[in-house]
Design a protein around this ligand. Sequence first.
Ligand code: FAD
Length: 385
Amino acid sequence: MVLDFRLPSEYEDLRKTVEEFAREEVAPVIGDYYERCEFPYPIVAKMGQMGLLGLPFPEEHGGMGGDYFALCVTLEELARVDSSVAITVEAATSLGAMPIYRFGTDEQKARWLPSLTSGEMLGAFGLTEPGSGSDAGALATTARLEGDEWVINGTKAFITNSGTDITGLVTVAAVTGTLPDGRKEISSIIVPSGTPGFTVSKKYSKVGWNASDTRELSFSDCRVPAANLLGERGRGFAQFLRTLDEGRVAIAALSVGLAQGCVDESVRYAHERETFGAKIGTYQAIQFKIAEMEARVHTARLAYYEAASRMLRGEPFKKQAAIAKLVSSEAAMDNARDATQIFGGYGFMNEYPVGRFYRDAKILEIGEGTSEVQKMLIARELGLR
Ligand SMILES: Cc1cc2nc3c(=O)[nH]c(=O)nc-3n(C[C@H](O)[C@H](O)[C@H](O)COP(=O)(O)OP(=O)(O)OC[C@H]3O[C@@H](n4cnc5c(N)ncnc54)[C@H](O)[C@@H]3O)c2cc1C
């Protein structure tokens, strides 16, 4: 057996293309979007033209015919420069389009996927509610079938990509009945933007990810056709568990990218900045900090590569995805703290990307399952219940 950790050439070519795009077209402008808390439409349009929003989807649906690992490699390179742009792609693909591709009917795929995979339209994933996040099964939004329509009532919190000018739909998880054993029957329903009774609030004021779109959504007697049910009735819980398992690998890749960006910036600055008559990179205190940062990125990257490879081979990957998400989000947070320290006062200024990395790192330990939830999942996989 040959153990080979090099990227196959098609992924390496993609990585280089995205690296160049991020360096040349995202890095020079994203700081201003971030400070203005503005969604970067021209960057998203360019990513659509490049096919980045269609990477893991077959060509028959307008995609690039790649796989989930191609998406992960892309997210890593984008987040190395900026996480708002990376999370916009992650949420659009992994959370927005993927559930439709995986669970949708032929009609739903034909209607939505070409626009979603081209980036002409963004989809959103509406699971979290003001009263239910980690305990997602406690959701309270309801959908009752009246004739040939679902009537939806409830509120969703923190939904990414849900209120942009190009958002086309949100997939809403809702209670659609009670199972014979008394548990909730949960289903997913596609709600197109602009449906009467569906209101999108103004953007949250956030600590980080300031150039990404996050909103609260409310549904008040919102009616959509019965045919908007995603997949089978009552399969909503299983669907979102699957979506989140995959999403964790993507968030791990995004975290590795942020952690790598911290190393890149720190090495560069350590060569430039002088104190006491010498470059700070000559001090062992700085060298050790950067060496630890590099070690964290390296180990976190191996963790997400392994989770992704199991996923692509069709093997169980729940534990590996949770481990990858846990260690890489912690690596991102630790590296962002260390990079900011290496930059001293300049690390606290918006002029340098490390301040942005610092603000963007924390959410990685929270979104798509907190670190505590990842530990619960890992323990459960070890038979501890
Ligand atoms: C910017 C942003 C974007 C997001 N985008 C989306 C999106 O697109 N779609 C979507 O559906 N959701 C989205 N979310 C929601 C996100 O997934 C949740 O915030 C996250 O899962 C945590 O849920 P919560 O905020 O309700 O925290 P809670 O579940 O209330 O947790 C609070 C604290 O308690 C801990 N905790 C909870 N239960 C346990 C336990 N049993 N044991 C130990 N500790 C526990 C948690 O780890 C956490 O530290 C987004 C959130 C943010 C901030």
